[in-house]
Design a protein around this ligand. Structure first.
Ligand SMILES: Cc1cc2nc3c(=O)[nH]c(=O)nc-3n(C[C@H](O)[C@H](O)[C@H](O)COP(=O)(O)OP(=O)(O)OC[C@H]3O[C@@H](n4cnc5c(N)ncnc54)[C@H](O)[C@@H]3O)c2cc1C
Length: 358
């Protein structure tokens, strides 16, 4: 049984979360991407996975109501975040009001996973974009349970994860749920990041990695808070491959969410191109987020942040012009197919070297 077309699967894990018999596992395919695999012995053919899969359903998009250039007024937050630190400020607002936050961090096995946080200390670990696909695990079920307990919840993720959550929660009361999608280039399978860490042959155990934030635009690996590897994106093979679009999941190159209309209550991204045509009067070197406010629920939250963040209203045209991922999916790198072929035949190291080294 096929849940959706193989090349369309985003790995969002809605099927895994919805299966009443726990007969679905998310496993790596031959390209290293995580896809569902059904245990036929356990499956009862209820078809809930097929009905829930976002790829088999129309997407419920919102037209952005307002657009802002914004950043946190707390310089530390801004410095430790990818863009303007707005994600942290939203998390802070929800946590301070007794709510629960969902985001991504690396676990002890260096797997990037979505998880829940109830304190600001925990939320700090979510800050910064991690350029690999995070594992959703049973997070959608956790969100559902929190909502059942009448808790306020905020969930941040890539648009396909946000729509996976929406599909999973169809028919539930989601008044207390705030969903935030990121503008997204595409995500490489986690397998590639794991392979790359091994490839680097660092002689200490890597226990964290950052791409943005404090060491902005550097691939930085840490062991117990000590930097053990640091290279600028232009010199680091993984980072360059990511930015050039070499090795995203196949579905990312046909992403249905790379457009102006959005799936979340709020969309966050980098405000590329800010001030190019219409003057912007403030310095932007320390990071600026673009906020697309897509629903009334999103609008209320952003209004409540006004003492914590700087924001100036801008136009959707400016945001879309500067940010290709608000117009179309990332294009395949000329070596994408070559990378995949060599990866399947000879493994990651040779595939990366033969496609990126020059
Ligand atoms: C894979 C990826 C690709 C991106 N591509 C673009 C792009 O092309 N254009 C653009 O304008 N912006 C892009 N972004 C978004 C941008 O990097 C910032 O995350 C965004 O501007 C919010 O910044 P911030 O300072 O408010 O928060 P940040 O400090 O960046 O925190 C952001 C939130 O992102 C979540 N997050 C981090 N990594 C992942 C991940 N791998 N999967 C799911 N959630 C994650 C964290 O849990 C946290 O909630 C991308 C982000 C990711 C993760």
């Amino acid at each position: 049984m096929k849940i959706c077309e193989t090349n369309h699967c985003t790995g969002c894990s809605a099927c895994y979360n919805v299966c009443p018999k726990k007969s679905i596992k998310m496993l790596e395919n031959e390209e290293g991407a995580v896809v569902p695999s059904i245990d036929k012995q356990k499956c009862i053919n209820c078809n809930l996975c097929i009905k829930t899969c976002p790829e088999n359903n129309k997407i419920d998009f919102h037209n952005p109501l307002k657009v802002y250039a914004a950043w946190s007024l707390n310089e530390n937050v801004r410095k430790n975040s990818s863009s303007g630190g707005i994600a942290y400020e939203i998390y802070r607002y929800v946590i301070e009001n007794g709510g629960i936050a969902f985001g991504t961090k690396f676990n002890d096995q260096m797997e990037l996973e979505h998880t829940m946080a109830t304190t600001l200390e925990q939320v700090k670990e979510f800050c910064g974009s991690k350029y690999t696909q995070s594992k959703i695990g049973k997070c959608y079920l956790d969100v559902k349970n929190c909502l059942k307990e009448n808790k306020k919840v905020v969930f941040i993720g890539t648009p396909c994860q946000i729509n996976g959550l929406k599909s999973f929660l169809r028919g539930e009361d989601i008044n207390n749920l705030l969903i935030i999608d990121l503008i997204c280039h595409g995500v490489p399978p986690q397998k590639y990041l794991k392979d790359y860490i091994r490839y680097l042959a660092i002689n200490k155990k890597v226990d964290d990695i950052s791409f943005r934030g404090k060491n902005n635009w550097y691939f930085t690996a840490y062991c117990q808070n000590e930097i053990i590897y640091k290279k600028h994106n232009k010199d680091d093979l993984y980072y360059r491959a990511f930015l050039d679009g070499l090795f995203y999941r196949e579905n990312c190159y046909n992403c249905r969410y790379a457009r102006e209309e959005r799936v979340g209550d709020i969309t966050l991204g980098d405000f590329w191109g800010l001030g190019k045509k219409v003057k912007f009067d403030y310095p932007i070197e320390n990071g600026v987020s673009v906020i697309l406010v897509n629903t009334e629920k999103g609008k209320k939250i952003i209004e409540n942040l006004n003492k914590r963040i700087f924001m100036e209203e801008r136009t959707i045209e400016e945001a879309v012009e500067g940010n290709a991922q608000l117009r179309q999916p990332s294009k395949k790198h000329e070596n994408t197919e070559k990378f995949k072929r060599i990866y399947m035949e000879q493994g990651f190291d040779i595939a990366l070297e033969k496609t990126m080294k020059d």
